[in-house]
Design a protein around this ligand. Structure first.
Ligand SMILES: Nc1ncnc2c1ncn2[C@@H]1O[C@H](COP(=O)(O)OP(=O)(O)OP(=O)(O)O)[C@@H](O)[C@H]1O
Ligand SMILES: O=P(O)(O)O[C@H]1[C@H](O)[C@H](O)[C@H](OP(=O)(O)O)[C@@H](OP(=O)(O)O)[C@@H]1O
Length: 272
C-alpha cells in the first residue's frame, strides 16, 4: 500500500490541506525501528494516541527477529545506524515494494555527514533581489589528519575566527551533537577529527528550523548562539563545548523578534 499524502481521519475536513487524503477507515500499520532514546523523544503517548485516532498504528520492529517474518506493515519508519541495518532494510525494501520505507538508506546517506548534507543547499544556488541562500564557509578535517595540524590547515584555508567545530559524522548519537566554539585556531588541536569547521555566522541569537514532509512545511523559531563581537573575539581564547542551544525546549515562537533581526534575516538565509 502506497501513501501519497497526509492521512486525515475525515472528521477534520474543514482543516483539509492540499495533498491530504481522506482516511478511508483502513488501518495503516507503521513498523518502527528506533533507538530507545529516539523512541522516548519521538513516540510520545499523545502522538501515538492521536495517530491511532486517525487509524495509524505504530508497532515496534523486533530487532531480534528477521524483519520479513514480522508485520505486515504499510510503512517502515527507521532511524538506526550501521551497515548491517542498512543491508536488512534495503533487502526488505527490494522484497516488499508495497511497503513505504522511510527512508531508503541510499536517499539519506548524505545526511549522515555534515559536509555532504549541506551540498544540496549549495547546489540550489538560490539568489535573487531579496537575498540569497548559502552555507557558512567550512573546512573538513578528515580523521587521517593529526590534530596538531588543524591550526595550520585553518590558517592555510583563510578561515575567519571564531569557528564552530562539529563532528563530521551525524549518526544520532549524543557525540554527534557535541559542538565547540573556537576563539583561536591553536586550541583546535585539542579536538578530535573527523571534524567540520565552520566560520561562525552572527545571526542575532535566533534561528528558524524548517520541517518539510511531502507538501507540508512547518517553520519554528528557536533561540540560538548570540552574536560574537570583534571585541569579545579579541579578549577570549580557547575552545569551548556548548550545549544544544536550539533544541525544542529553546522555542522562540512567542519571543518578541527584534525588528533589526528580522531585517537581517530577510536578506540572507544561511543553513548550518
Ligand atoms: N556556522 C554557525 N554559525 C553560528 N552558529 C552556528 C553555526 N553552526 C551551528 N551554530 C549554532 O549551533 C547550533 C547547533 O548547530 P547544528 O544544527 O549544526 O548542530 P546539531 O547538533 O545538528 O543541532 P540539533 O540537532 O540540535 O538541531 C545551531 O542551532 C546554532 O545555534
Ligand atoms: O529541534 P529538533 O528537536 O527538531 O532537533 C532534532 C534534530 O532535528 C534531529 O532530529 C535530532 O535527531 P538525531 O540527529 O537523530 O539525534 C534530534 O535529536 P534527539 O537527540 O532529540 O533525538 C533533535 O531533537
Amino acid at each position: 500500500m502506497r501513501l501519497n499524502g497526509e492521512i486525515s481521519s475525515g472528521e477534520d475536513e474543514k482543516e483539509k490541506q492540499p495533498g491530504t487524503t481522506t482516511f478511508s477507515g483502513q488501518k495503516v500499520v507503521v513498523g518502527y525501528a528506533l533507538t530507545s532514546k529516539k523512541k522516548k523523544s519521538f513516540l510520545q503517548p499523545s502522538f501515538t494516541s492521536l495517530a491511532r485516532n486517525k487509524g495509524i498504528i505504530f508497532v515496534a520492529v523486533d530487532l531480534k527477529k528477521p524483519l520479513p517474518e514480522q508485520g505486515p506493515f504499510d510503512i517502515i519508519l527507521h532511524k538506526l545506524s550501521g551497515e548491517e541495518w542498512d543491508d536488512i532494510i534495503e533487502d526488505y525494501r527490494q522484497k516488499h515494494p508495497e511497503v513505504t520505507v522511510l527512508d531508503p538508506p541510499d536517499a539519506i546517506r548524505h545526511l549522515h555527514n555534515r559536509q555532504s548534507m549541506l551540498q544540496d543547499v549549495v547546489d540550489l544556488n538560490l539568489s535573487d533581489c531579496h537575498g540569497k541562500v548559502s552555507i557558512p564557509r567550512q573546512l573538513v578535517i578528515t580523521k587521517e589528519k593529526d590534530p596538531s595540524s588543524i591550526p595550520y590547515e585553518v590558517t592555510k584555508a583563510g578561515m575567519k575566527l571564531p569557528l564552530v567545530a562539529k563532528p563530521l559524522v551525524v549518526d544520532g548519537t549524543a557525540k554527534s551533537h557535541e559542538l565547540f566554539l573556537a576563539y583561536d585556531e591553536f586550541s583546535l588541536s585539542e579536538l578530535e577529527p573527523p571534524l567540520v569547521l565552520q566560520e561562525f555566522v552572527n545571526h542575532g541569537g535566533l534561528l528558524f528550523k524548517i520541517y518539510v514532509v511531502g507538501e507540508t512545511i512547518k517553520v519554528v523559531r528557536r533561540f540560538s548562539l548570540p552574536n560574537i563581537s570583534k571585541r569579545e573575539l579579541s579578549k577570549v581564547a580557547g575552545v569551548f563545548r556548548f550545549p544544544r542551544v536550539s533544541c525544542a525546549a529553546a522555542s522562540a515562537d512567542d519571543a518578541d523578534l527584534d525588528p533589526n533581526i528580522a531585517v537581517t534575516l530577510h536578506f540572507q538565509m544561511i543553513y548550518t
